[in-house]
Design a protein around this ligand. Structure first.
Ligand SMILES: Cc1ncc(COP(=O)(O)O)c(C=O)c1O
Length: 386
């Protein structure tokens, strides 16, 4: 038995998700409603730009915090999308936004300190806090209030304000699809300032919103306490390019850049050049993919509404629905196992996203429209036998 693995890593929770997804990949008869990435290929003009970059010899390292020309494009994008003026010193380019989460927590959390994490939420947050020997403190979310996060819900979890360093939010949310209301955002800003807490806001799905959406960047009061994480993985269907970025106070960005040196050193050069093309080029590809997700969202919601054992709050953003299992004596895992065995349809148990995800399943609509139809036909048939 190999027993050289650190305690820190040995004690990380085991995820069943990867195993379940692999099972679906290996069996073509299974329809997967599990994907956490776009089913679209990256747009042609972006692929061409990456190829051209390599052919022109851009196969070397880039500056550690990101290429200046990409940072300038990001500055322009933030002005265009959010009406906010930032400088290139507020930006770090990372190897996917997942790396930005890691770097930020490395820079903010000392052992024993706490990070507030809504539960359920994206599965990277809690283990990454664990890796820092910090404590992730759950904010239990409620189906009844549309998974919103109120000021009172946060206050309830701050037992020792001295220990709390950050609050990680995903807006729009993976897995619930919730978009934070402006009122709740104001309450969150007040609490962060009152307790001197850094707000880490993951906006991976900022371009996939079906309702009113505001970025915390639009609240000037919070800027010194705000780190916004964005990525090319979802909006531009570029997950394999491994390119994301974070926007925050200069001092934090500087610390993250220093730490980045010892992690990945630099995001891939060809991906950085392709990312410039993505931001500066024709944005109709983003709109086209958005329109397709929107149609699939309508389909998923309407099919769910026909079922009396899955109750859904229509998602305001991202490409997930997170219905509650009702009228059935199944927990999340039992429900998903039954579906996989009897219908050959894969959904992800809500418990993958935290213990308060029990009783829910995540359905991804980053899946072909016809396949979603077929999957729901199979689900109906499987449950008609119960
Ligand atoms: C909420 C959220 N944040 C971050 C990521 C990771 O994105 P990236 O590819 O930029 O590392 C994902 C990927 O599924 C995600 O869902």
């Amino acid at each position: 038995m190999f027993d050289m693995i650190s305690e820190r890593v040995s004690q990380l929770p085991k995820s069943d998700f990867v195993r379940i997804l692999k099972q679906a990949e290996e069996n073509p008869s299974i329809i997967s409603l599990g994907p956490g990435e776009p089913d679209f290929e990256a747009p042609d003009y972006i692929i061409k730009s990456a190829c051209k970059a390599m052919e022109e010899g851009h196969t070397h390292y880039s500056p550690i915090g990101g290429r200046e020309e990409l940072k300038r494009s990001i500055v322009k994008k933030v002005k265009r999308d959010n009406g906010v003026d930032i400088s290139t010193e507020n930006v770090i380019v990372t190897t996917g936004s997942n790396e930005a989460i890691l770097l930020a927590l490395m820079c903010l959390v000392d052992p024993g300190e706490e990070v507030l994490v809504p539960d359920p939420s994206f599965l990277s947050y809690r283990p990454t806090v664990d890796l820092m020997n910090g404590y992730p403190v759950s904010i239990p979310l409620k189906f009844g209030n549309n998974f919103q996060i109120t000021g009172d819900m946060i206050r309830e979890q701050i037992k020792d304000p001295e220990k709390v360093r950050a609050l990680i939010l995903c807006n729009p949310s993976n897995p619930t699809g919730r978009v934070l209301s402006k009122q709740n955002m104001k309450e969150i800003v007040d609490i962060a300032l009152e307790h001197d807490i850094i707000l880490m806001v993951d906006e991976a799905y900022e371009k996939l919103v079906y309702t009113e959406f505001n970025s915390f960047m639009e609240f000037p009061r919070i800027r010194d306490h705000l780190l916004t994480l964005q990525t090319f993985s979802k909006s531009y269907a570029m997950p394999g390019f491994r390119i994301g970025y974070a926007i925050g106070p200069k001092e934090l960005v500087k610390a993250m850049t220093k730490t980045h040196t010892y992690a990945t050193l630099t995001a891939p050069t060809m991906s950085q050049l392709a990312a410039i093309t993505a931001l500066e080029g024709d944005q109709s590809c983003v709109d086209k993919m958005y329109e397709s997700y929107k149609k699939r969202r309508e389909l998923v919601v309407s099919r769910l509404k026909e079922l009396d054992y899955l109750e859904v709050v229509p998602p305001g953003g991202a490409f997930y629905a997170f219905p509650k299992i009702t009228n059935l004596d199944f927990n999340s895992e039992e429900f998903c196992k039954y579906l996989l065995d009897k219908a050959g349809v894969l959904m992800v148990p809500g418990t993958e996203f935290g213990r308060y995800g029990d009783g829910f399943v995540r359905i991804s609509f980053a899946t072909d429209y016809e396949l979603i139809q077929k999957a729901f036909d199979r689900v109906e048939k499987a449950f008609s036998k119960l």
